[in-house]
Each structure stands twice: as C-alpha cells, then as structure tokens.
Ligand binder design. Structure first.
Ligand code: SF4
Ligand code: F3S
Ligand code: FES
Length: 248
C-alpha cells in the first residue's frame, strides 16, 4: 500500500538554508533514505545526501530525523504515522557542506590524534596471547561503523563549538579506552585521555549510547571504566609518591 507523506527537508549551503516542504509517495517497506532518493528522482535533483551501503554498515547516511540522529537507511517509514510531517535535517554539530551533507573532518582529525596500537618491543606479531575475556571486551567497540552520531549528539560539542579543540568525543574516547584495555598496548592512554582528549568534559549523560546504531554501550563499557582507570591511577598511593619524587 502506498501513501503520500509530508516531508520538510533542510536545503542550503554556505551557512544559509531553510526547510523546504515536499509531498512524496511512500511504499511499503521503505526507509527514509528511499524517500530522499525519490525526491532526488522526481522533485529535487540537486538535493545532496551522503550514503553508500544502504545496509546500516558504512555509517555515511547519518542525519537528524524529527530532531533525532538516525541512519536514513535504517529508519523505516513505518516508524511514523502516515499523517505525520517528517523533518529531515543535517547533523547539527558539524558544518553543512550542502543540504544533508556535513563536513565531518573534525572526527578524522580526532582519529589522527589517537596514537595507534603500541605493542611492547620484542614481541613479534603472532606471539600475542590474550585471554578470551580481553578479546571479548574490545569486540563490542570494534562494531563501530563511524557514523559519528554519538559525537553529533554529545552536548559537550553540540552546544559548545569552542570545546571541539579539547574534546575528542565519545567515539574516540571509546577508541582510547579500547586500546587502554588491550593487554599488549603499552602507550600511556590514561594521561592522554584526560589531558589531551577531554575525558573530564564527559558528565555521563549517555546520549551517545542512546543513539548508537550498533547498540554499543559507549558510556557504561568504555567511558566510565576509562574514568575509573584514570582516577585509580591518580589516587594510587604508589603513583602519587612516584610523581612527588620524580617530578620535583
Ligand atoms: Fe556511530 Fe556508535 Fe560508532 Fe558512535 S560508537 S560512531 S554512534 S557506531
Ligand atoms: Fe557526551 Fe556521552 Fe559523555 S553524550 S557527556 S560522551 S556520556
Ligand atoms: Fe551505509 Fe546508511 S548508507 S549506513
């Protein structure tokens, strides 16, 4: 069964834009990205949208649907009632390039600032031996599709552009936590998390966890344990004594 749905889609570029109204056909089983494609094919050929896999795996089609960050390709039209007006806007935290396409280079910059896996010297690839529990702990984090919706929704940068320099966002704090939990990683992740990546800015609102399409428990399994590790180290009497003696 098909019906006509009302859409408001954000159009614009160069910092200027407006919501444009459309009435568009919807067929059974379709997702929001199908409707955006139909708009391109029938009414707005120059409407810009980023997508690739249409299977919830590439993380390209992040957008805000009725104000909530979602993947366009995984949001079924049946989620909404037929008489509801559906508003589609670009992710708010990143600058708009055109229409629904944002410039997400902030995220790639933050990715580059996290040093890669650093094994101890003298251990050759193939010699790593890990407990199953350590493998499983990081397995969850590796499901990330880098849709950046967690970074988009985190109030630390969503409402405060000025924090972007000092805060890497939940996605990359999670990456640091993943590396810190790796038994063969010897880099000092804890001090870097606090001093360079802004772990202290996170006040555990859990909005990141709520929007993650991979259902990764970002806050409970990555950010809170990382905060605990940082605090444990700060108040560890031996570390404290070492700092006193060696940093004089
Ligand atoms: Fe997207 Fe989840 Fe990865 Fe964040 S952690 S970038 S919300 S998949
Ligand atoms: Fe932001 Fe997630 Fe912390 S939304 S404040 S990083 S719990
Ligand atoms: Fe790949 Fe939506 S198009 S996640």
């Amino acid at each position: 069964m098909s019906y006509k749905a009302k859409f408001k889609v954000w159009r614009g570029e160069g910092g200027e834009g407006r919501l444009e109204d459309f009435t568009v056909e919807v067929n059974e089983g379709e997702v929001v990205l199908d409707i955006i494609h139909r708009l391109q094919a029938t009414q707005a050929p120059d409407l810009a949208v980023r997508w690739n896999c249409k299977a919830g795996k590439c993380g390209s089609c992040s957008m805000e649907i009725n104000g909530k960050p979602r993947l366009g390709c995984m949001t079924r039209m049946s989620t909404f009632s037929e008489d509801e007006t559906i508003t589609v806007t670009p992710m708010r935290t990143f600058p708009v390039i055109k229409d629904l396409v944002t410039d997400v280079s902030y995220n790639y910059q933050k990715a580059r600032e996290v040093p890669s896996f650093t094994p101890p010297s003298g251990v050759q690839p193939g010699e790593y031996r890990m407990q199953q529990i350590d493998v499983e702990r990081s397995q969850e984090f590796r499901k990330c599709i880098e849709c950046f919706m967690c970074n988009n929704v985190c109030h630390v940068i969503r409402d405060h552009e000025e924090n972007k320099t000092n805060f890497s966002g939940p996605r990359f704090l999670m990456r640091i936590a993943e590396l810190d939990m790796h038994p063969y990683d010897v880099a000092d992740r804890q001090e870097a998390a606090q001093e360079e990546h802004g772990l202290g800015y996170c006040n555990i609102t859990k909005c990141c966890t709520e929007v993650c399409p991979e259902h990764i428990k970002i806050t409970d399994n990555a950010l809170i344990p990382m905060k605990e590790r940082v605090v444990d180290r700060k108040y560890d009497p031996l570390v404290w004594l070492g700092n006193k003696i060696f940093r004089r």
